[in-house]
Design a protein around this ligand. Structure first.
Ligand code: 1OR
Length: 305
């Protein structure tokens, strides 16, 4: 039963547990590998774990729009990865006005290829927190709750916990929901660097966005001797090159030993869309430009990277 399984600490009396394996054609396996390669929850698995999870995933075709794959309040049975198609997510009982007659509540998010849903109920042994409804014919892959908990959850759970208080303290992210911040946690990598390291080099192609977890960093621009700005815990940098597909506008150097949380370009685009306008507003050149288009406030150099 669900409760007995929850009480059994993993790896004790069930050492002979094996994940189920569903045979797949080469063609299916190819599609599945492509779908999970875009999902951050899978990126921390080792080769063995990846093979076990791929074996345990089952293809499910959703033939049309308006199929409820998950109904809010139900018991959680599967975790899902989207291969093709798209889904809308609804939460009811939020206290906000709930328009429409579908009884599903307010739409809170949409998800498409490479994303996943249905992890919360399995992680927290809670009822389904939302309803997930197809908006077109789709293909998804489902993973049973036991395999999810045994293989995928530990790392995801730890990462969400580990980053929770840090992400709560980043001002840029405070308009996001806790759920959106946990999705960011799934995608972050922490890197430690000694004092003096160059984190970003002016002129390089930008492939990561950074948030400073500890220590301080300084910004330098070629031709200017002194640092033009410094960053402290909770500050972010490296967004401009990603937002506008431009080379790095300045260098960022660690002043002390530092820890940075890095988000790749794909995750940046997928997860930080809702705060793009805040990042652009934080950029002093944009502020100067929009407030006083032809005044003397334009700076001789950028102090954002
Ligand atoms: P689940 O197992 O509870 C429903 O089944 C799934 O919808 C849930 O896991 C998540 O994977 C997904 N709040 C709750 N669940 C959400 C949300 C969400 N977005 C996606 N799911 N949001 C907060 C709404 C107040 C939306 C945040 C953008």
């Amino acid at each position: 039963s669900v409760s007995a399984e929850v009480l059994a600490p993993s790896g004790t009396d069930d050492s002979d547990w094996k994940p189920p394996t569903y045979p797949k054609t080469q063609e299916q396996l190819g599609r599945l590998r492509a779908a999970v390669s875009r999902n951050f929850l899978f990126s921390h698995l080792d080769d063995d774990q990846t093979e076990q999870v791929l074996g345990a995933l089952q293809e499910r075709k959703i033939p049309s729009k308006d199929i409820k794959v998950i109904a809010q309040g139900d018991v959680g049975d599967y975790f899902y990865v989207v291969e093709t198609g798209s889904f809308d997510i609804y939460v009811s009982g939020t206290g906000k006005i709930e328009p429409g007659v579908n009884g599903m509540g307010n739409k809170v998010a949409s998800c498409g290829p490479g994303t996943s849903f249905g992890e919360l109920a399995l992680m927290y042994n809670a009822p389904r927190a939302a309803t997930v409804n197809s908006t077109e014919p789709s293909v998804i892959w489902q993973l049973d709750r036991i395999t999810f908990r045994r293989i995928l959850m530990d790392s995801a759970f730890q990462r969400r916990r580990m980053y929770e208080s840090f992400l709560d303290s980043v001002p840029l992210l405070n308009t996001l929901t806790a759920y959106e911040r946990s999705k960011i946690a799934d995608a972050l990598e922490t890197q430690k660097m000694p004092a003096g390291s160059t984190i970003i080099r002016e002129g390089d192609v930008g492939d990561h966005f950074y948030m400073l977890e500890s220590g301080t960093a300084a910004v330098y621009k070629s031709g200017v001797e002194q640092s033009i700005k410094s960053y402290n815990k909770g500050d972010y940098f490296g967004e401009l090159a990603l937002l506008d597909d431009k080379p790095r506008a300045a260098s960022v150097v660690a002043e002390t030993d530092i820890k940075v949380a890095m988000l790749g370009k794909n995750g940046f685009q997928r997860l930080l869309g809702p705060v793009e306008s805040i990042m652009r507003r934080d950029d002093p050149r944009q502020r100067a430009g929009s407030a006083q288009p032809s005044s003397s406030s334009a700076r001789p150099f950028s102090d954002s990277v």
